[in-house]
Design a protein around this ligand. Structure first.
Ligand code: NAD
Length: 429
């Protein structure tokens, strides 16, 4: 089938590559000429495992890239919208890019189309997209707007796209639902068809629920510290209950990233607009903010005043296997460390290029061992396997004082203490 994907970021580029690999003709459109130039040269602008192989296999054959929205729209039956919906200052989703794309689709219609919204947008946006397209189109063409929220996770995006828990298709038109279902048929995944607005809500409800689950276990972790319990054991015991499940019960330094913070805020904002006070989610935001800042308190607890202290931070991205620094906890806490007079040397396996811009004044180390050299404290922000497998005896001999603050509970407290480290995790004795 002929598909155009507008927006070639984390979601859009994966969508392009996966649909092309499934045998469709795909045109990826992006307003960022630099990004398109890189893609033409075979360079992948983001770090995402397995993506380059997929793009290389299809590029120039079933997969092409352009900045020309008109060309993409006119050559395709399906137009996916996968542009960003970043947060505004007041928490609401900034829908400027989605609206621009909708207007562009309307202006360039040359026949019936199915417009599929993959961007995360507040409930009601699908209807607005349909009316913007109609407003901008000179001729009468049948255009169906379908919501198809994306649930992939950065770091395993290709795998998640190809093996989804479910494919969600939101539309009030059965013909459009069938056509979009056909695109996903090769995945043999469970397809749920529902109305447009329910589909839009399912995406926000899912992300808000996951953010709440993480925040809940973080709150339990904080209490564990006070009562002498171990949150890893508590989470394991809770997760064995089939009504709860083990996922998203790892206590740590708080959630960040390009989705949870913005989607929770956007849902609170949408509720407010509708005259509903979403008390629970407001508490989640406040508790997560507390959790991030509590990392500073944990570091001070083991180090004392931070003035002049050398701190090594491992992991900058909001989770392993991605270079995405949007709303990353590490970036926020590093700024606090600097404000408190500490000197920071950081290392991340994938995000160093972006870190140079996001973290002025922070020294960037070549590798994890170089980061810890001469440090008074090592702080773990992201649970990359590479950090879990470090030679801790080597780390200890490189540091000035052997202190670990483990923001993701990746080390065994008994083992690191036996090696002579002072250790502070989250929610553990
Ligand atoms: N990143 C994730 O893990 C993830 C997962 C599920 C859903 N989502 C949602 O998917 C959407 C995209 O997220 P992302 O992380 O891929 O964003 P991104 O910032 O990585 O990519 C967005 C792309 O859209 C392009 N763009 C912006 N305006 C444009 C326009 N007018 N015309 C053409 N291109 C334009 C940008 O240049 C950029 O390349 C968001 O709504 C997000 O909430 C993201």
């Amino acid at each position: 089938m002929k598909i155009c994907v507008v927006g070639t970021g984390y979601v859009g580029l994966v969508t392009c590559a996966c649909f092309a690999d499934l045998g469709n003709d795909v045109i990826g459109v992006d307003a960022d000429a630099d990004k398109i130039k890189k893609l033409h040269q075979g360079e992948i602008p983001i770090f995402e495992p397995g993506l380059k192989e997929l793009v290389d296999r299809n590029r120039g054959k079933r997969l092409t890239f352009t900045t020309d929205l008109k060309a993409g729209v006119q050559a395709s039956e399906f137009i996916f919208i996968a542009v960003g919906t970043p947060p505004r200052e007041n928490g609401e989703a900034d829908l400027t890019a989605v609206k621009q794309v909708a207007a562009g689709i309307g202006q360039n219609l040359n026949g019936p189309k199915i417009v599929v919204d993959k961007s995360t947008v507040p409930v009601g946006m699908g209807d607005l997209v349909a009316s913007i397209i109609e407003e901008h189109s000179a001729h009468q063409n049948k255009v169906d707007v379908v919501s198809n929220p994306e649930f992939l996770r950065e770091g395993s995006a290709v795998h998640d796209f190809m093996n989804p828990n479910r494919v969600l298709i939101g539309t009030n038109d059965t013909g459009a639902a069938e056509r979009v279902s056909e695109l996903y048929a090769p995945l043999e995944a469970e397809i749920m068809v529902t109305d447009l607005r329910s589909a839009e809500m399912i995406k926000y409800a899912s992300n808000a629920f996951l953010a709440t689950k993480i925040t809940f276990i973080n709150e339990i972790a904080n209490l564990c510290e006070k009562v002498g319990a171990d949150v890893s054991k508590v989470a394991h015991g809770m997760g064995l209950d089939s009504r709860i499940g083990p996922a998203f019960l790892s206590a740590g330094a708080g959630y960040g990233g390009s989705c949870f913070p913005k989607d929770v805020s956007a849902l609170i904002h949408k509720a407010e607009k509708e005259g509903y006070d979403f008390r629970l989610l407001k508490a989640v935001v406040a508790a997560n903010q507390y959790q991030k800042r509590s990392m500073l308190a944990r570091i001070k607890e083991v180090l004392g005043p931070l003035e002049g202290k050398q701190i090594a931070t491992l992991g900058l991205s909001f989770k392993p296997n991605t270079d995405d620094l949007r709303e990353a906890v590490a970036v926020e806490v590093i700024h606090l460390l600097q404000e408190n007079g500490a000197r920071v040397r950081a290392y991340d396996p994938a995000a160093m290029k972006l870190a140079a811009k996001a973290l002025p004044g922070v020294k960037l180390a070549e590798n994890a061992y170089a980061a810890v050299a001469g440090a008074d404290c090592l702080v773990v922000f992201t649970e990359w396997n590479e950090f879990k497998e470090m030679d801790l005896a080597r780390v200890k001999s490189a540091m000035r004082t052997p202190v670990i603050v483990d923001g993701r509970n990746i080390f065994d407290p008994q083992k690191v203490k036996a090696l002579g480290f002072k250790y502070r995790g989250v929610g553990r004795k």
